[in-house]
Structures are given as structure tokens and as C-alpha cells.
Write a protein that binds this ligand. Structure first.
Ligand code: 5AD
Ligand code: SF4
Length: 461
């Protein structure tokens, strides 16, 4: 290790944008930096190293990063005036998409590296410090980046909470015509089962009770099993459910095409698998689904939902929607509203279509005016919010097991997550912090539930 990289109590500020995969990646970057003497800080002002872990999925992502870099340039100069050195790195999907362009437009940046390269951070830092030019690394190396992290270093991060993310799959081969992920995260890659299992065991030993298996296309998972065969996600879930301490399992994000029979059965048969599924449909119009290259129809999605509900009655469903895709007519949009009425979602995310440079849909001529997109988004969100409120209100009076993993805004309050991924606010003593306890739901609001602790666990879902 070069002299100036020796452990010395330096600070790193990692700003994370976007999806849960980025949250996971930021934690792993922090792990890599710990043996180099870095500890995390929550402000850029006292950081010796600032990393922006960026997201490119929607809106003016790249522009936001450049304006943040403008602020950081001022900060770097102010710190330099006090004799303090600041290194700046840009990671994640904007880094992947923009590459060299970032250093050209923002010379203040020392390093640019894509999502497949964060384990090589120490190397980039050494090179950036030696060289006069910024370091750019946006190739897709074939090695498993996950293996490059020493287990011991991870342990500290793993104790961060009772609920943790575990990346099992990365990348996407679907090429929906609106989406940058296949370009920024590359081809599908699944981690081998034994590695995932080892990480899940370490998480459980560190006190984690709920794991969310992450992947851009998580149900396309086909990791090598201990028997040498490719295992689908359903089989992986059954395997992980046997680990002592892992009481709850979730996974996100799924594609309708990859919901296979084994996975649907797992929803009915594995009690650890929580009754909640995020299954994006994007649109209810077959014409638009075709133009999006979604590889499913509204009808095939609805039949799939029927099978999932037959396997796991009462499962809470969630989705992503895009309104105002190029060429979307009022009738197409109404087909989306019809699908929403038919499914009845417990919660959902909806977005205005935003052209991502380099994706096929961005080049379409029939882009919709902003007002049309906004108006449709409002109508869709009104319907989705109504459904969410109805679902939350339907929980009143029920007793559910809640993982109390956060402290509430008020003294004496803890906040947890229900099996259906709702936030539940409970008056509870500190002694139950981190536990999974039965809670009676008193009130179901628009965005959360209020509940009270109950003595008997017997009746809890
Ligand atoms: N415009 C709007 N929304 C998008 N998403 C992905 N790409 C775009 C885009 N270009 C949404 C999709 C996806 C979610 C993660 O983000 O709904 O499921
Ligand atoms: Fe993007 Fe998901 Fe489509 Fe893959 S399946 S291209 S990640 S929207």
C-alpha cells in the first residue's frame, strides 16, 4: 500500500442515488475502504473522499450529477485553501453511461468507475493520486466482483440492521426499449448459490432477520447450485429459508416473463417468503407493451397474477408504471387504468416516460407533450393511492408480525415493517427494538399503519 494510502483516520462521504442495488453497492464500497483507514461521514464538508453513486434510470440524471459536481468543486477548493486534500469519485450507472465525458466536463473528478468495478477502488485511488489525469474504469470485467471482498471486512457492515439486502443477480438481457439498465449494468449474471448462502449465513450471525434478494432481473436468477446444476430463484429461496435466524425473505425486482412455476409454488409453501410481490407491468395496453418490448401482454400478466394469488391468497401486489410512452393514446392509457382496477394493487410506483439517450424509445418521433404526461400521471396516481389506502385500511383490526427495525420520530415510538412491507408505527419499549413482534393494527393510513403491541403471538399472521 503506498505511503499516502496508509490507514490514517480519513473520512468518506458516499452519496447514493436510485435503487436498492446502489444502496448495497455503496455499503460494499464502504467495506473496501475500511481497511484503508476510512470511516463514513454524513457530510461532504469533512470528507477526504467523496463518492457519488449515481442512478441513470429516469429524468435528468446526468445533469443532476454535473450540478452536484459543481458544488463539490467549490468545496474541494475551500478545503484545499485549508491544506486539505479531497478526492472525488463518480460511481454507478451515470459513470457507466458517461465514462470519460465526466472528467472532460468536470475535471474536478479524480475517478470514474462503473458498477462492476467498485472492488478495485483502492487501486483507482492509488492511480488517481499518482497520475495527473482522472481514472476511468467502465469495462464490464467478467470476474465476480462479489468475490473480491474479504469476508471479515464485510461483517461490520452486515450488523447495520435487522433487515439487509443481498445481491444475487445483476444485469439484464431484456432490453425494454425505454430502459438503460442493459447498457449500464450489462448482461445478466447470477452469483453461485454457495457464495450467496455464505453471505446469508454471515448476515444471520450478525443479527439480520430479513433479507431482500436483489437483482435488476432477480427472478431470471440461475446461479450454479452446490450440485453443479443451475438453480432457479424458487429453489434458492427454499434453500436460504433453512438458515437459522433468517425469518423473512423478499426479492426484487422481477419480470413477469420469469415468474416460473417453482417460484410461484414457493410463495404458497415457504412461510419465510413474505406475502408481497413487486411485479412491474409498466402499461396495460398491448400495443404499448409491444413497443416497450416487454414480452408479455396485459392478459398474460393478469393470468399470472391469478396463479400467484391462487398459490398465496392475500399476497400484496406492487408494480411500476410508465405513462406517456411515445405514441401512447388516451385509449392506451385507459387500458392501464383498467388493468390497475382489475389487479387492485397494495402499492405501486409510477413515472412519466423520460427519454434515456441511447435507448430505442428515445429516438421515437411520437414523443408526448409534458402536460399530457403530467395529467395522466396524476390520474394514475390518484387511482393507485386510493387502492393503497383501501388496502391499508383493510388491515385495521388484524394482528401482524412486525420487524421493529427503526426508531420513530417521537420518543417511545418504534417503526417496523409488516409482512406486506407497510411501515408500522408502534408505541413500544426499547427492549423490543430489532425484534419481530405481534402488533395489532389500529389504523391504516395512506402511507403507513399505526399499531399496538399485543401479548399473544398465537394469532399473528
Ligand atoms: N422513463 C420513465 N420510467 C422509467 N423506468 C425505467 N426507465 C424509465 C424511463 N426511461 C421505470 C420503470 C422501471 C423503474 C425502475 O423505472 O417503471 O420498472
Ligand atoms: Fe430495464 Fe427491467 Fe426491462 Fe431489464 S426488465 S430492460 S431492467 S425495465
Amino acid at each position: 500500500m503506498p505511503q499516502d494510502l496508509a490507514p490514517s483516520g480519513r473520512k468518506v462521504f458516499i452519496k447514493t442515488y436510485g435503487c436498492q442495488m446502489n444502496v448495497y453497492d455503496s455499503e460494499r464500497m464502504s467495506d473496501v475502504l475500511t481497511p484503508m483507514g476510512f470511516s463514513e461521514t454524513q457530510t461532504a464538508e469533512d470528507a477526504d473522499l467523496v463518492i457519488l453513486n449515481t442512478c441513470h434510470i429516469r429524468e435528468k440524471a446526468a445533469e443532476k450529477v454535473y450540478s452536484e459536481l459543481g458544488r463539490l468543486r467549490v468545496l474541494k477548493e475551500e478545503r484545499a485553501a485549508k491544506g486539505l486534500k479531497t478526492m472525488i469519485g463518480v460511481a454507478g450507472c451515470v459513470a457507466q453511461a458517461e465514462g470519460e465525458e465526466i472528467i472532460r466536463r468536470a475535471p474536478v473528478v479524480d475517478m470514474v468507475f462503473g458498477p462492476q468495478a467498485y472492488h478495485r477502488l483502492p487501486e483507482f485511488m492509488a492511480e488517481a493520486q499518482r497520475g495527473t489525469r482522472g481514472q476511468v474504469e467502465t469495462d464490464f470485467p467478467v470476474e465476480d466482483k462479489f468475490d473480491a471482498l474479504p469476508a471479515a471486512e464485510r461483517k461490520k457492515t452486515l450488523a447495520r440492521g435487522r433487515a439487509a439486502f443481498l445481491t444475487v443477480q445483476e444485469g439484464c438481457d431484456k432490453f425494454c426499449t425505454f430502459c438503460v439498465v442493459p447498457y449500464t449494468r450489462g448482461a445478466e449474471f447470477s452469483r453461485p448459490v454457495q457464495r450467496i448462502e455464505a453471505e446469508a449465513r454471515r448476515l444471520a450471525e450478525a443479527g439480520v432477520r430479513e433479507i431482500t434478494l436483489l437483482g435488476q432481473n432477480v427472478n431470471a436468477f440461475h446461479g450454479q447450485g452446490p450440485d453443479g446444476a443451475d438453480w432457479p430463484l424458487g429453489k434458492l429461496i427454499r434453500h436460504l429459508a433453512k438458515i437459522d435466524g433468517i425469518e423473512r425473505i423478499r426479492y426484487t425486482t422481477s419480470h413477469p416473463r420469469d415468474m416460473d412455476a417453482a417460484l410461484i409454488e414457493a410463495h404458497g409453501e415457504v412461510p419465510e417468503l413474505m406475502p408481497y410481490l413487486h411485479l412491474p407491468v409498466q402499461s396495460g395496453s398491448d400495443r404499448i407493451l409491444e413497443a416497450m418490448n416487454r414480452q408479455h401482454t396485459a392478459e398474460s400478466y393478469l393470468r399470472l397474477i391469478e396463479r400467484i394469488r391462487a398459490a398465496r391468497p392475500g399476497i400484496a401486489l406492487s408494480s411500476d408504471f410508465i405513462v406517456g410512452f411515445p405514441g401512447e393514446t388516451e385509449a392506451d392509457f385507459e387500458a392501464t387504468l383498467d388493468l390497475v382496477r382489475e389487479v387492485n394493487y397494495a402499492q405501486a410506483y409510477s413515472f412519466k416516460y423520460s427519454p434515456r439517450p441511447g435507448t430505442p424509445a428515445a429516438g421515437e418521433e411520437e414523443q408526448l407533450p409534458e402536460e399530457v404526461k403530467s395529467e395522466r400521471l396524476q390520474r394514475l396516481q390518484a387511482l393507485l393511492n386510493e387502492q393503497q389506502l383501501v388496502f391499508n385500511a383493510s388491515c385495521e383490526g388484524r394482528i401482524m408480525k412486525v420487524l421493529l427495525d427503526r426508531r420513530g420520530r417521537r420518543q417511545g415510538q418504534l417503526v417496523g415493517r409488516s409482512p406486506y412491507l407497510q411501515s408500522v408505527v408502534v408505541s413500544a419499549p426499547e427492549s423490543v427494538f430489532g425484534a419481530i413482534v405481534p402488533v395489532k393494527v389500529l389504523r391504516g393510513g395512506a402511507n403507513s399503519l399505526d399499531g399496538e403491541l399485543v401479548e399473544t403471538a398465537a394469532a399473528a399472521e
